[in-house]
Design a protein around this ligand. Sequence first.
Ligand SMILES: *[C@@H]1O[C@H](CO)[C@@H](O)[C@H](O)[C@H]1NC(C)=O
Ligand SMILES: *[C@@H]1O[C@H](CO)[C@@H](O)[C@H](O)[C@H]1NC(C)=O
Ligand SMILES: *[C@@H]1O[C@H](CO)[C@@H](O)[C@H](O)[C@H]1NC(C)=O
Ligand SMILES: *[C@@H]1O[C@H](CO)[C@@H](O)[C@H](O)[C@H]1NC(C)=O
Length: 355
Amino acid sequence: MAATFRLRTQLQLMTGFMAGFIFAFALLLYVYDVNRATPWCTSSATMATATATATTTPLDTRILCMVLTCPENVQSLARHVHATWGKRCSRLVFVSSESYEPLGVVQVVDASGGGYEDLWNKTREGFRHVWQEYGQDYDWYLKADDDTYVIMENMQYLLSAYDPTSPVYLGYKMTRYNVSYMSGGASYVLSREALHRFMAQAYDSEVVCPQPKRRSIEDFYMGICLQNVGVHLVDSAQALEEDTKHKFMPLDLESYMYDSNATTPDWLRLMSVSEVETGFNCCSNYSVAFHYASPERMYLYEFLLYHLRVFGRPEPSEHGNRQHFTSSDLMRRFPLEDNLYIKDLQKMPEKPENF
Ligand SMILES: *[C@@H]1O[C@H](CO)[C@@H](O)[C@H](O)[C@H]1NC(C)=O
Ligand SMILES: *[C@@H]1O[C@H](CO)[C@@H](O)[C@H](O)[C@H]1NC(C)=O
Ligand SMILES: *[C@@H]1O[C@H](CO)[C@@H](O)[C@H](O)[C@H]1NC(C)=O
Ligand SMILES: *[C@@H]1O[C@H](CO)[C@@H](O)[C@H](O)[C@H]1NC(C)=O
């Protein structure tokens, strides 16, 4: 950590840059609000052509799924997550501002603090709960929203290339004004070591991690906190060799399938680190997650992926090309962000109200 802060004093020289950063941040907030202003307490899934077959070696990565929900969404969304992809998690935990035992919904924030504006606090408290209850029991900790659809077998396949004792977090990488993070609605996944660092070094620190305030931006903040404690940001498009397509998708599949820019919003093109492709090029054949999954879409994805057969078409055989990245591969392929501007949030000369 000493090395992490070694350049802190240089921040004073950067007042000019910071003014620009703050202006940019305000702009980002605006763009983001347009993006996430949904009536839901969480903003934010799914379908792919990949078929997990039973003939491959079973993947035994233990993944805990933490799904953010709120009392209003329990029947309308959480119930359908529970009935579809959620059952394939090693453990499914819904976090909310009110518990509901039949679905395993746990209250992690006060009843008054569960709305969309409190998403950061709920995520932060959700991770605290999950770490306290299950800290050493799982390899990976997924954060999804109640309108995300996840293909857990592809998640297992992707994560089997990584070591849960390395500090990594994977998702759809976005970058604005030199700050990188993973899209929240597309879901993101932390290794055990990443969550450990988040809890031990970031959760309580006003220096490296924005503390809870209303109207905070959950995914962006998580990106700041994690990169400040030495966690590698692994963009899912680069996460497997020979597969350069995105795997965590910030939109629903329909929006990508129509081969036109009309269905992909400007904010996505503005914030994405790579070109937003449409049509069959949009997404990996081993896609992991899709956002904006209405209940109808969840069952559609579920049916197409796990039930529908095409008569006479042979089952695809998996190539079984298991990859493994060592920590030096990780360092080479996904260097630490080392972003000076966010290393000490308290020393920002004019920090935004939300920090
Ligand atoms: C965050 O949640 C905790 C637990 O409910 C609560 O004590 C705290 O006041 C909340 N903070 C904010 C800023 O809402
Ligand atoms: C990020 O910061 C570097 C160093 O100041 C600068 O050269 C670069 O233009 C910045 N990039 C963006 C997107 O602002
Ligand atoms: C979408 O926009 C990008 C950049 O403006 C362009 O390169 C691409 O050809 C467009 N795609 C379609 C299908 O119009
Ligand atoms: C994805 O699947 C389609 C249909 O099987 C295939 O034609 C295509 O080559 C696959 N893409 C990649 C990158 O393997």
